[in-house]
Design a protein around this ligand. Sequence first.
Ligand SMILES: [Fe+2]
Length: 211
Amino acid sequence: MAIDLSLDYHAHILPGCDHGSDSIETSLKQLGMASAVGIKTICATPHFYPHKESIESFLQRRTQTAKVLQEHLTNNMPTIQLGAEVLICDGLDRLDGLPCLCRGETNEILLEMPFYQWPESIWDTLYALCERHDIKIVLAHAERYSPEAIERLIQNNVSLQLNSECLIRPLQRKRYLKWIKNGSVKYLGSDIHMLGDGYRAWEKCVKLLSK
Ligand SMILES: [Fe+2]
C-alpha cells in the first residue's frame, strides 16, 4: 500500500473558482484543517466543464484565484499544486490544449465520468484518452461509479483516485481496499467543497491505512 497520505490529490479550495470555496477565509480554513491531519501538498482541482468553458478561460480563472490565495498563505500551510477535475465529454481526446489541465508539472489528468451508465461513445473517448502518450488518466472518485466499469478500467491499467470518505464506510470498504492493495488506487482525495465534514474522514483513513 503505497498511497501518499500527505498528498490530497483532489480538492476544491480556490476562493471563488468553483463552488468549493466562497472566500479566502473558507479556503484558509480548508487548508488549516488539511494541515492539521498531516497534509503537506494539496492539489487544487477546480471543475472544468468542456461544454461550458474554454481551457483558456478556465486557466485564467484558476491562475487569478490561486494567486489571491497564495498571497494569504502562512508558513505551516500545505503547498498548493494546480490541476483540474475534467468532466469527460464525447471527443474530449481531440480537445486542443488538454495537457494544460494536468496536475502541476506532471502528465496526469484527473477525469470525472458521468453519473449515469456510460454510453459506448464515452467508452470510446475514454479509450482514446488512454492511448494518448502525452497524458495519463487518473479517474476521480472511482467509488462513485459502477464497480464493473471500474474493474474494466483496472484491466486497462487506468489509475484510480478514491475519496477518503469511502473508506470509512465498513460495508463497501472491502472492495476499495482490494483496489488499493492491487495497486490500482494511486491517490486519495478529500474532494473538499466548503467546510463540510472537513478532514475527519481523512484522519480515519490515516489510521486505517497506516495499520
Ligand atoms: Fe471534485
